[in-house]
Write a protein that binds this ligand. Structure first.
Ligand SMILES: O=CN(O)CCNC(=O)c1cccc(Cl)c1Cl
Ligand code: NI
Length: 183
């Protein structure tokens, strides 16, 4: 099972590299990795397991956070309406996005960052993501709100981008005109 010792931290080169596309169909090894990543997220959100294995909670995870420079991500969370997003995705790609911006009012955190980083992470308000799921099915997801934010955080990891790269250092709580806060 994946635990915190498997997660690389700031300074590890994998966090700043371009992860490689994964040839399709994915192999058993990559399918197992996606399952292990999903299991980690579920464990990290389970009070008992998180306590037992000292896991920090996460709603998403990208393979580069494990030092594996492949375009693989997992997400596991519910949106405000209670819809479950639970995916192991291969080569996810943002194929279109809104001009409008949004940001989490509470800021963002990252398992690869062992320190709180203040400020609003300004992202696209709406995105369309194309990906292949762990069973080889082609997906096209139209996302907004919290799900759009989480997917952007994870896809950023595949491109060597950390959430604080989007924070305006001089004015961390400044947001562009019309940006939508997500509570
Ligand atoms: O890359 C994934 N992580 O680092 C897992 C830990 N962070 C979170 O779960 C998290 C927390 C707040 C906002 C967002 Cl968007 C995310 Cl993703
Ligand atoms: Ni992260």
């Amino acid at each position: 099972m994946i635990t915190m010792k498997d997660i690389v931290r700031e300074g590890h080169p994998s966090l700043r590299r371009q992860a490689k596309e994964v040839p399709l169909p994915i192999g058993e090894e990559e399918k197992k990795l996606l399952n292990d990543m999903l299991e980690f997220l579920k464990n990290s959100q389970d009070e008992e397991m998180a306590q037992k294995y000292q896991l920090r909670a996460g709603v998403g995870l990208a393979a580069p956070q494990l030092g594996i420079e492949k375009r693989l991500i997992a997400v596991h969370f519910e949106d405000t309406s209670g819809k479950l997003y639970s995916y192991g995705l291969v080569n996810p790609k943002i194929v279109s996005h809104s001009v409008e911006k949004s940001y989490l009012a509470g800021g963002e955190g990252c398992l690869s960052v062992d320190r709180p980083v203040e400020g609003f992470v300004v992202r696209h308000a709406r995105i369309t993501v194309k990906a292949t799921d762990m069973d080889g099915k082609e997906l096209k997801l139209r996302l907004k709100g919290y799900p759009a934010i989480v997917f952007q955080h994870e896809i950023d990891h595949l491109n060597g981008i950390m959430f604080y790269d989007h924070i305006d250092e001089k004015h961390p709580y400044k947001v562009p005109e019309g940006a939508i806060p997500i509570e």
